[in-house]
Design a protein around this ligand. Structure first.
Ligand code: CA2
Length: 163
């Protein structure tokens, strides 16, 4: 069975492509999902893609990812990034390698966006690369899994080029 990555999106990301395109671009959340599915396929990973405006739902999905032995989580916690101790605690308990993603460069924006609580539980952080950040995160997780750097056993490459 294919290894699975969970792609979790926080509040207001359902509005992508419909408002503030100068900040977040013109791609919709459905475009992001397509990009993640295509990238997952290229990397041999199954993709679970979700968005919620509700903090507890994101906590439940992090727990679900751990229960289902997901090999990784790509998380854009959006506005919960700087406030949610509950999502942080869920990630710390889940111990699933997590890449934090932000479409914009949070460090070039208002200072209240700088202090991510999520980063304390993240293996990596990608920000400012637009929606390509999601594809980079999935590819990075796939490479980490191949290299055995996520806590699992090292795997031999198939001889094909890197995903
Ligand atoms: O850059 C990112 O991906 C953010 O996580 C986006 C969050 C923001 O609070 C973070 O500081 C950085 C906001 C998501 C809201 O998304 C919208 C998309 C289109 C229109 C309005 C909001």
């Amino acid at each position: 069975m294919a290894k699975t990555v969970y792609i979790l999106n926080g509040p207001n990301l359902n509005l992508l492509g419909t408002r503030e395109p100068e900040k977040y671009g013109r791609a919709t959340l459905s475009d992001v999902e397509k990009l993640c599915r295509a990238t997952g396929k290229r990397c041999g990973l199954a993709v679970v893609f979700r968005q919620s405006n509700i903090e507890g739902e994101i906590v439940n999905w992090v727990q679900e990812a751990a229960a289902n032995k997901a090999v990784g989580i790509v998380l854009n916690a959006a506005g919960y990034t700087t406030t949610s101790v509950s999502i942080l605690d869920a990630l710390l308990a889940a111990k699933v390698p997590t890449i934090e993603v932000h479409i914009t460069n949070i460090h070039a924006r208002e200072s209240f966006r700088h202090n991510s609580l999520i980063s304390k539980a993240a293996k990596g952080l990608i920000c400012g690369m637009g929606i390509d950040g999601y594809a980079l995160a999935i590819t990075g997780l796939a490479n980490m899994i191949l290299a055995g750097a996520t806590g699992g056993k090292a795997k031999k490459r198939s001889g094909k080029s890197r995903p």
